[in-house]
Design a protein around this ligand. Structure first.
Ligand SMILES: [Zn+2]
Ligand SMILES: [Zn+2]
Ligand SMILES: [Zn+2]
Length: 240
């Protein structure tokens, strides 16, 4: 059983009583009465432990309060992130259309998981130029929407640079950009999603992120592409 250093008067994040006796915590360090362990569940979007309402939602209150179901809002969020990319010298096409979808394909790299977003290359038909669009899961909470959009814009940007990267380097770079972008927000939601990126332990996203972070933390996003161009990248992620 983990020992917790409780501040005097610390309260349970779930029911609000002053904590005493057995306590438990989720991976975000939120501490609650141990008895809730059998009553609650982890939010499908942020992994926070919460007590579901009687209708049995899979989404915690803070996440459900900010879910985005309309494409217009997603477009506005996407423009703000694209402007951040521009300020940091990261190449993007002039427009990147965004579409929300209710059903997403299975993740190619994470068994049993569904993708939250992906970049879709549309070939030029009838004289129209080829274009890359971003497809997102409908109903993502705002901060997660930002994270997924920043990650997918990362793919679009690396595509503009014509970089051919092993999967770990591509996904790790996009996760590093998303992690960096969320660092612009000093909110608990941003901290939760940054921690989720930084603690992934799979060989593609987790290992790729740690490799990039070990080289670029404390440096500027514009240093990413030169790093990728100037480094020999093996097919599997080396240790950072
Ligand atoms: Zn409690
Ligand atoms: Zn949540
Ligand atoms: Zn990706």
């Amino acid at each position: 059983m983990t020992k917790f250093n409780l501040a005097p008067g610390a309260r349970c994040v779930l029911c609000g009583v002053v904590l005493s006796g057995q306590v438990a915590a989720d991976q975000h360090g939120r501490i609650f009465c141990a008895r809730h362990r059998t009553e609650g569940r982890h939010c499908r979007y942020c992994d926070s432990f919460f007590l579901p309402s009687p209708h049995g939602s899979e989404v915690c209150k803070p996440c459900s309060a900010s879910q985005v179901f309309d494409g217009g809002t997603a477009e506005i969020v996407c423009s703000a992130i694209a402007a951040w990319f521009g300020r940091h010298g990261l190449e993007l096409p002039r427009t990147v259309p965004v579409r929300l979808d209710r059903v997403m394909p299975a993740s190619p790299f994470l068994a049993g998981a569904r993708m939250l977003g992906y970049a879709e290359r549309r070939t030029g038909l009838l004289g129209l130029a080829a274009q890359t669009a971003i497809v997102l899961q409908s109903g993502l909470p705002l901060m997660l929407l930002r994270m997924v959009l920043a990650h997918e814009l990362g793919h679009v940007s690396l595509g503009c640079e014509q970089l051919r990267l092993p999967q770990w380097a591509e996904e790790g770079s996009c996760d590093w950009l998303a992690h960096r972008y969320l660092g612009e927000f000093g909110t608990p939601e941003a901290a939760i999603h940054r921690r989720r990126i930084a603690t992934r332990d799979d060989p593609i996203y987790g290992a790729g992120f740690r490799w990039v972070a070990a080289r670029l933390d404390g440096r500027a996003p514009r240093d990413l592409v030169p790093l990728l161009r100037s480094t020999r990248l093996p097919p599997t992620a080396p240790r950072p």
